[in-house]
Design a binder for this molecule. Sequence first.
Ligand code: AMP
Length: 216
Amino acid sequence: MKLILLGPPGAGKGTQARLLQEKFGLAHLSTGDMLRAAVESGSPMGQQLQEIMSSGNLVPDNIMVDLIRDRIKEADCKNGFILDGFPRTIAQAEALDEMLESEGMQLNYVIEMQVVDSEMVERISGRYTCAKCGEGYHDHFKKPAKEGVCDECGDTEFKRRADDRAETVKRRLEAYHEQTAPLLPYYRNRGVLASVNGMAEIEDVTKQINSVVEGR
Ligand code: AMP
């Protein structure tokens, strides 16, 4: 199964992708995570990426397409994958079509996570993750059961993304509407688009997504 999760920053793509990965044994391909790993490596390329990402703008299409082209050939993608954060432009979507075709792969679903824009700044600025296992938390909506201790792995270090500051989030939302939202009609026209209510509780959003992928 090959899926795309589509939605603005803060829609819950990463959270749902992690759950789908566990339930269906799919690879979770988060381009944001891949880019953050490149930034952490401290390479000259990583520094350039960091500048773009901390401004809230998109990284050039050719870099993103090369990243995904190599990644989908890896062994863990054989069983299928969830794309989280890619494609983000029509040019990326067209490049994805070509690479899937040349690998003999087919896209099954594009799931749009519909959310209310004005609430995304609060959602994003309160979020943080476990530094060890990446489990996501939120200052108001999802605290660890024991304060300061990850529910999943017991680690006590957490981190926040540099681009989750309110000013950057606004630019990221604009970039979504200008450059990524045109993908909705692109995929709707192919009959692969399904929309879920991303404002519902996490478990409820998961149920909606499961209904789509299990054809209920
Ligand atoms: P994310 O973790 O998906 O919110 O991505 C964080 C940042 O990485 C974005 O604001 C962009 O600067 C960059 N990025 C991630 N995926 C892409 C993509 N497919 N195309 C362009 N830039 C991307």
